[in-house]
Design a protein around this ligand. Structure first.
Ligand code: KG4
Ligand code: ZN
Length: 349
């Protein structure tokens, strides 16, 4: 019955979780509100906030699990990818604990952990499954043969889906992170009112930069066109009035296009691989439009679909803990000298 303490600090959330024998006993997160006024995550401020938060967050996770630090059998931490300063705070803390307690250390890939968030609760998806992993930094289709054997079969060639949501929200004057706000306004909007182009990208890859540019022109033109036409440019006042009067429809239309780009590639991936177990993961899988589209498309295509609980979709340490649990079973430990890495390829998994 191994107990794993897991630490996640790859971006702007400091999180800790305890998992015992594959069951999550606690899942604690400290959000960093300091970034909101800058319209994005400021790396130096994120590292400082992690340093302030990490001790209380780990203590809270232990307390909630009713577990003492001596009862922990291994320490898991996010090694990559992420902001290097943020990753280093978590990894140094994990290494110090592993050294002082003389416990094994487990290095976890953040994107693998997002996929395995699907295995936290019952019923779990059957293997093999496809997972659309959509976050602020990544958009991937992953073919998952087992908890430790997975392969990226498609990914974005430019922006991530979360970035597409956040950058669109910024153009609308909404605060960071704008994805959840677009989701909220979209609920009362008409998704068919405004049309944004669907990019034609080969294979199972994605692109969002063209959609983003068309949204930029659309807003510059106060909704009259989504192509670049300087003669259509509206005044700032006209633009702001257009956004204010049409926000739900604009948000619903943007969300509709981002979700349809994702779902069309997922359908293609299922047809090409013959795999009908389909999951989603990552922060954008909290999006209600994407969750509904997965259910609807799943019914049409005869898929068995799976979505992690809301709290396991956005960044959290429970997903690091469950990945740590499977790695513990493999004896997949690392030395204290292991380096953190801002970028790391999936081929290493
Ligand atoms: O996985 P995550 O928490 O952090 C990364 O690893 O990037 O994902 C964060 C991303 C942000 O871009 C955020 O706007 C997006 O997930 N997000 C959403 C929603 N909730 C979070 N996007 C659209 N709709 C949501 N409900
Ligand atoms: Zn993430």
């Amino acid at each position: 019955m191994p107990s794993i303490l897991a630490i996640e600090s790859s971006c702007d959330e400091t999180a800790a979780s305890i998992c015992r024998d594959g069951k999550i006993l606690s899942n604690f997160i400290a959000n960093q509100l300091v970034h909101e006024k800058y319209g994005g995550v400021v790396p130096e401020l994120a590292s400082r906030a992690h340093m302030q938060n990490i001790v209380p967050v780990v203590e809270a996770a232990l307390q909630e699990a009713g577990c003492t630090i001596d009862q922990v059998d291994a320490i898991a931490f996010t090694q990559s990818p992420g902001l290097i300063g943020s990753l280093l705070v978590g990894s140094q803390f994990a290494k110090s604990l592993a050294l002082s307690l003389d416990k094994p250390l487990i290095a976890v890939h953040h994107m693998q952990a997002h996929v395995l968030a699907n295995l936290i609760e019952d019923p779990k998806p059957d293997f093999p499954f496809l997972c659309l992993t959509v976050s602020g930094g990544h958009t991937q289709i992953v073919l998952c043969e087992s908890p430790i054997k997975m392969k990226v079969i498609g990914e974005t060639i430019d922006d991530a889906a979360g970035e597409a949501f956040d950058k669109s929200a910024k153009l609308l004057g909404l605060p960071y992170p704008g994805g959840p706000l677009i989701d909220r306004y979209a609920k009362s909007g008409n998704p068919d009112r405004f049309k944004f182009p669907e990019p034609q990208i080969p294979a199972l890859n994605f692109s969002f930069s063209g959609v983003k540019t068309s949204i930029l022109y659309f807003l510059q033109n106060a909704g009259t066109s989504n192509i670049y036409k300087p003669e259509f440019h509206a005044t700032e006042e006209e633009r702001n009035a257009f956004i204010k009067n049409n926000l739900p429809d604009i948000c619903a239309s943007i969300q509709h296009r981002i979700v349809s780009i994702l779902m069309n590639k997922l359908v293609k991936a299922s047809k090409e691989t013959g795999i009908n177990n389909v999951c989603i993961a990552g922060g954008v899988s909290a999006n209600s439009g994407l969750r509904n589209a997965l259910e609807e498309t799943g019914k049409k295509q005869g898929w068995k679909t799976h979505i992690p609980a809301f709290e396991y979709c956005t960044d959290n340490a429970a997903m690091i803990a469950i990945t740590g649990y499977y790695k513990f079973q493999q004896g997949d430990f690392v030395e204290l000298s292991v380096n953190s890495s801002a970028r790391a390829e999936w081929d290493e998994q």
